[in-house]
Design a protein around this ligand. Structure first.
Ligand code: GLC
Length: 647
């Protein structure tokens, strides 16, 4: 009998028999709670798949071994987080995302910088790929050659163990990328496939000729239309391999149960080395279906739900984060839908909100942002958004196509114009970003650049123009202030805490010159960072560094900024004004335009005029609700009467 048709009790016995005594009771209790979901998800996909018997027994034995091998410190985290499953949504949670080499040189270098991260208030550190990467170009490490080894340029396995222990002691959870959609073409599975091994050829999507690839292409999109057009690559001696991203990134065939087992056990091994969160890279692409864009397919969700159940059984302290850069309606299902709501990812990048923040700034109006916030649903308990402004990728405009078309809630906007604005070619724009993969002026794809460059700071610095500097600083802080006030776990992008600008040096590196995203992957400027920390930087880095730290401190202490505290979008007469109520009594006000605006709340959103404390000011004075907001001003206000009543 196919093992997926076996009664669950038999599978349980198989798991129990393989469990070492040490963690037996906990593991079995978790099995009882979560295994039904695991098998329901696996049955949806693999019930008729050849080889699922063998795959399933490897999975169950591997899960038992990993459950037994979980270190005491991690076991303690598991227990604590089962008791407090919303731990990562606390108001004092702050994320930070960076490349290992750009930030600390090596994993050891990162470990030495842990005190810096602590002083900033970081509790969640996303290190971009650090596993052994492809030789030559590797898409910044997203072409993984070996998931079980640290990249030798960044350290060794012992360094990873030391780093995770050090971070854990500092109360910082390490998040690592788990590149699920593809491996490098020099991964041993790919090499074996090339050598004619049928077992490993089945790990990938390999076609003998162009018939099926052409049929798929009719409905597929393109991630890198200019530098890697098409979705298939001809590999001599093998065939046409599905390569959604670069030709050297081979998409895995998740219809093969062995692939699921390999990746699930890879995840658990990394979790046992102290990785506490996984960024599930390119999750939207895991399942292919002819006649569709092969994104967000129901099977992709079932696969992630199965991974989540594996984690809940073996390493329940671990978080899963979806990296699915897709329009908002397709994003919410990554938290699970229907009966499975809350049983898929804990976190997902809120790419619509991120892109809407940038669109609103360029458009000088808040109404698209009001829509983005208003359409941000409350999530199942134990789920949260990953709020961010910049990351190592471009700002992808495609997620905003529907919003750009406009509707009842707001008038449309022109994404091509916004992309030109950030490339600095629109009248009145000081931005120093650059288009990414845009096929011509009007076919817009993405925008690259550091926040400082996109907000006009790089240009103002060059000109030494004090008024332009102040205006750019205001825009920088406005966007960060909104990102930090949004629901979810906010994540800073390395360098933004000191307003680091673009890095043009990539153009001189042959491996990077054709990849515009390196524009915003600079090396950390530790001299400036230290000056900012010591209060010795009397420039934009210092102004922004100080103001941002102030915001971080306020956010951390304010329960209304919990990642899962309620949010309401308020209505204002002026379309440039954004007002959000977090919790019952924290009001976030922003002016997205470069003109002074009147703060006139609409009808039922009338707010008390008096009795507000300005959370970002350095006094405890009571203020009236501001009647106007200066250009690009941001305010975080709290109603005092409520606060006093609470005290
Ligand atoms: C994700 C990464 C991106 C990478 C791609 C392919 O989108 O964020 O940097 O190019 O996956 O792995």
């Amino acid at each position: 009998m196919n093992a997926l048709r076996m009664p669950d009790a038999l599978l349980r016995r198989h798991f129990a028999d393989a469990l070492p005594a040490a963690r037996r009771d906990h593991a079995l209790a978790r099995w009882d709670a979560h295994a039904p979901r695991l098998f329901a998800a696996l049955r949806r996909i693999y019930i008729d798949a050849p080889g699922s018997d063998h795959a399933l027994s490897t999975l169950v034995a591997g899960m038992a071994a990993c459950a037994g091998a979980r270190a005491d410190a991690l076991h303690a985290l598991d227990i604590a987080r089962e008791r407090d499953p919303r731990w990562f949504l606390a108001a004092d949670m702050l994320g930070y995302s960076t490349y290992v080499d750009r930030f600390g040189g090596t994993l050891r270098g990162v470990a030495e910088r842990v005190p810096y991260l602590q002083r900033l208030g970081v509790r969640y550190l996303h290190l971009l790929p650090f596993l052994r990467q492809r030789d030559g170009d590797s898409d910044g490490g997203f072409a993984v050659r070996d998931y079980d080894r640290v990249d030798p340029a960044l350290g060794d396995d012992a360094d990873l163990d030391t780093l995770t222990a050090r971070l854990r002691d500092a109360g910082i959870s390490l998040c690592a990328d788990l590149v699920l959609n593809h491996t490098a073409d020099d991964h041993r599975w790919a090499l074996a496939a090339c050598a004619g091994d049928a077992r490993y050829r089945d790990y990938y999507h390999v076609f003998p000729d162009r018939t099926l690839p052409d049929a798929h292409e009719r409905t597929l999109g393109q991630v890198f239309p200019l530098t890697a057009p098409g979705n298939f690559t001809e590999v001599p001696g093998l065939g046409h391999v599905w390569t959604t991203f670069y030709p050297y990134q081979w998409d895995l065939n998740w219809a093969n149960p062995d692939v699921f087992v390999e990746m699930a056990l890879t995840l658990l091994r990394l979790a046992n080395r102290g990785v506490e969160a996984f960024r599930l890279d390119s999750t939207a692409y895991l399942w292919k279906r002819l006649g569709t864009d092969s994104m967000n397919q129901p099977e992709a969700h079932a696969l992630i739900q199965a991974l989540r159940a594996v984690v809940d059984i073996v390493a329940p302290g671990v978080l899963l984060k979806a990296e699915a850069i897709v329009p908002a309606p397709a994003l919410v299902p990554y938290f699970g839908s229907g009966d499975d709501a809350g049983h898929e990812c804990h976190l997902a990048y809120h790419s619509t909100l991120m892109a809407s923040l940038w669109a609103a700034l360029a458009e000088r109006r808040a109404d698209p942002l009001r829509t983005a916030f208003a359409r941000t649903p409350a999530l199942p308990a134990g789920c949260g958004w990953l709020a961010y402004l910049r990351c190592h990728d471009d700002i992808g405009w495609n997620v905003l196509r529907e919003e750009a078309a406009g509707g009842a809630a707001h008038a449309g906007f022109d994404l091509a114009r916004i992309a030109r604005f950030y490339a600095g070619v629109e009248p009145g724009s000081d931005a120093r970003g650059r288009g990414f993969q845009n096929a011509g002026e009007d076919v817009v794809h993405g925008t690259n650049g550091m926040t400082a460059a996109l907000c006009g700071l790089d240009a103002a610095r060059e000109r030494g123009d004090a008024a332009a500097l102040a205006a750019a600083e205001a825009r920088f802080l406005l966007l960060h202030g909104l990102m930090l006030a949004a629901p979810g776990l906010p994540t800073l992008y390395m360098g933004d805490e000191i307003a680091l600008g673009n890095d043009e040096a990539y153009a001189g590196d042959p491996l990077r010159a054709d990849e515009g995203r390196w524009l915003h992957r600079p090396a950390m400027d530790w001299t400036t960072a230290e000056a900012v920390e010591r209060g010795m930087a009397d420039d934009s880095a210092g102004h922004i560094g100080t103001a941002l730290r102030r915001m971080l401190g306020v956010r951390a202490a304010e329960p209304a900024f919990r990642g899962d505290a309620p949010m309401r979008v308020l209505g204002f007469d002026d379309p440039a004004v954004l007002g959000l109520l977090r919790g019952d009594d924290v009001l976030v006000l922003a002016n997205l335009s470069p003109r002074e605006v009147a703060v006139a709340p609409q009808g039922e959103d009338a707010l008390p005029r008096a009795g507000w404390r300005d959370l970002l000011a350095h006094d405890d004075a009571t203020h009236a609700l501001p009647a106007t907001l200066a250009p690009h001003a941001l305010r975080w206000l709290r109603r005092i009467d409520k606060a006093d009543a609470r005290a």
